[in-house]
Write a protein that binds this ligand. Structure first.
Ligand code: GLN
Length: 538
């Protein structure tokens, strides 16, 4: 039977519960165990798919087409395990499942209540779709004490009773702040947070204390005493210089060792930290850098393009380069200032996006990259904008547009009419927005002698998608006559997946999101190649 590790957070959010869970998963895996990572989110959206990245950061897409919390991206990047639909749930989804059952009369006349019906549904999620895992790590979103997370905390409390305390471990991550004015480290917030958790019936087994600086033994002893946790299980995590150091740092502080000790398990293999040491060294010691511009709408929020930023960094590591991301707000990008804004960049990237706002700036940036032969990478919306730019300026279709922006103009980009998913035809819609895009892994065939084929070194690829609109294939020949290459198509030849340009050193735009599959220990070939081209351009 699997052992369950529950990770909760206290004091403040954004302490790095996701990164801690992901690092622990790596360490346990490296010791020879099979691990699964899951996230329970307390908000009422059924999934984060309809949330703006301004609100909640990037929406991460899994192979099987779930739109999930961005922490699942951390999990994948650190553990190397591809997440599934069954690894993320929200309060909204739980309630909607329970209410659907109630409408069908499946509760047989009972009063439907938070306890036991909502908590039972949460417990089902925790156990669902597992096989032969040694560990299932479940992160609870939000912080303990939030009204929203109460049913989750109650459910994991019950769960540990159901499976037996020896099969469930509670990790609580808290903040141990340093007060500059008094030059003191404070343990009180941790004590309060654990008190809160204990009032809900959960005694943490391990406390991870996030701190700016080393926590002296006497302070750790205090936490141990007040929080009723063995001193060996009071684990400090001091801010690391790069996130790739996190698995090394947690191992140094014995997190994985203490977890195994709790479960009375012997390690199967020695932990291998060499890959992390190698990339940490490169990340910290590389002096050379290049500027890459991301022209998008959500540039003010750091997490809005999380996987993309990561994938570019991975591409940089692969080329021994530091990447300076120049985030340019496409809404504010004035056409007259394009040259001044982009003159110091070695590559231009247009990421995924939705809606008309800011598109003219993106289109102008693409024109600038195309005409000045600056390496250009368009992703999803970025590809659609590259098509519109080319239609307007090379095919002279000045009214070229996307039907996503409303009626009128020439819809070179239109709503996907239908597509094939596992032998089933699915129809595109723009009425019901939740979970109705073309989502997850789809195949693309790559054209012989194309740049893309030389990068992937393969005839066919599988990449993750998240789009409602597509390039109208009927214009393909007109585009080709003017020097565009449709170098990747869906297997039925109906849907353009990749375009590139003749007479340009590196101009690639893709309908999918390669950034979701890039991992620090396995950088994505497209990002490595883009950065290599940018390095050459410089
Ligand atoms: N808005 C576009 C579409 O739905 C692009 C989506 C994206 O960039 N992820 O097709």
């Amino acid at each position: 039977m699997a052992r369950y590790i529950f990770v909760t957070g206290g004091v403040v959010s954004s302490l790095g519960k996701g990164l801690s869970s992901a690092s622990l998963a790596y360490l346990l895996q490296s010791r020879g165990f099979k691990v699964r990572l899951r996230k329970l989110d307390p908000y009422l959206n059924v999934d984060p798919g309809t949330m703006s990245p301004f609100q909640h950061g990037e929406v991460f897409v899994t192979d099987d087409g779930a739109e999930t919390d961005l922490d699942l991206g951390h999990y994948e990047r650190f553990s190397g395990i591809s997440a599934k639909k069954t690894d993320n749930i929200t309060t909204g989804k739980i309630y909607s499942d329970v209410l659907k059952k109630e409408r069908k009369g499946e509760y047989l006349g009972k009063t439907v209540q938070v306890i036991p019906h909502i908590t039972d549904r949460i417990k089902d999620f925790i156990k669902n779709d597992t096989s032969k895992e040694d560990f299932v790590i479940c992160e609870i979103g939000g912080i303990v004490g939030d009204i929203e997370s109460l049913p989750f905390v109650e459910a994991i409390r019950q769960f540990s009773n159901d499976v037996g305390k020896r099969n469930a471990l509670f990790i609580h991550l808290t903040l141990v702040p340093y007060l500059k004015a008094s030059d003191e480290i404070k343990t009180k917030p941790t004590q309060h947070s654990v008190k809160e958790l204990r009032s809900l019936g959960i005694q943490p087994d391990i406390i991870i204390c996030r701190s700016e600086r080393a926590i002296p033994l006497e302070h750790r002893k205090k936490i141990s005493l007040f929080c009723n946790v063995d001193i060996k299980n009071v684990i400090q995590t001091i801010d690391v210089k790069t996130i790739y150091e996190a698995p090394i740092s947690f191992n140094r502080e014995n997190l994985d060792k203490q977890v195994l000790e709790y479960f009375k398990l012997k390690t199967k293999k020695k932990v291998n930290l060499n890959p992390w040491k190698k990339i940490t060294k490169i990340t910290l010691n590389t002096k050379k850098s290049i500027n890459i511009a991301i022209v998008g709408k959500y540039v003010d929020l750091k997490d809005a393009y999380k996987s993309l930023d990561e994938a570019l960094t991975h591409g940089g590591i692969n080329n021994n380069l530091k990447i300076n991301l120049i985030r340019i707000d496409s809404e504010k990008l004035k056409i007259s200032e394009i040259k001044r804004n982009l003159k110091d960049v070695s590559g231009i990237l247009i990421p995924g996006g939705f809606g008309k706002r800011g598109t003219e700036g993106k289109i102008e940036a693409i024109k600038y990259a195309r005409e000045n032969k600056i390496p250009f990478f368009g992703i999803c919306f970025g590809m659609q904008m590259a098509i519109i730019e080319f239609a307007r300026n090379k095919l002279n279709l000045k009214k070229a547009t996307s039907s996503e922006f409303g009626k009128g103009g020439i819809p070179i980009i239109g709503l996907i009419s239908e597509w094939n998913k596992d032998g089933k035809l699915i129809k595109g819609t723009d009425k019901d927005l939740g979970g109705t895009m073309r989502l997850g892994l789809y195949e693309a065939k790559l054209k012989e002698n194309s740049l893309i084929r030389s990068i992937y070194k393969s005839k066919s690829i599988q990449e993750r998608h998240r789009h409602r609109y597509e390039v109208n294939i009927n214009y393909k020949e007109d585009f080709e006559k003017k020097g565009m290459i449709f170098s990747g198509l869906s297997p039925d030849n109906k849907l353009p997946e990749i375009i590139e340009l003749k007479n340009h050193p590196w101009f690639i735009a893709v309908q999918f999101h390669p950034e979701f599959k890039s991992r620090p220990l396995e950088p994505h070939p497209l990002f490595s190649s883009f950065i290599k081209a940018a390095k050459k351009y410089k």
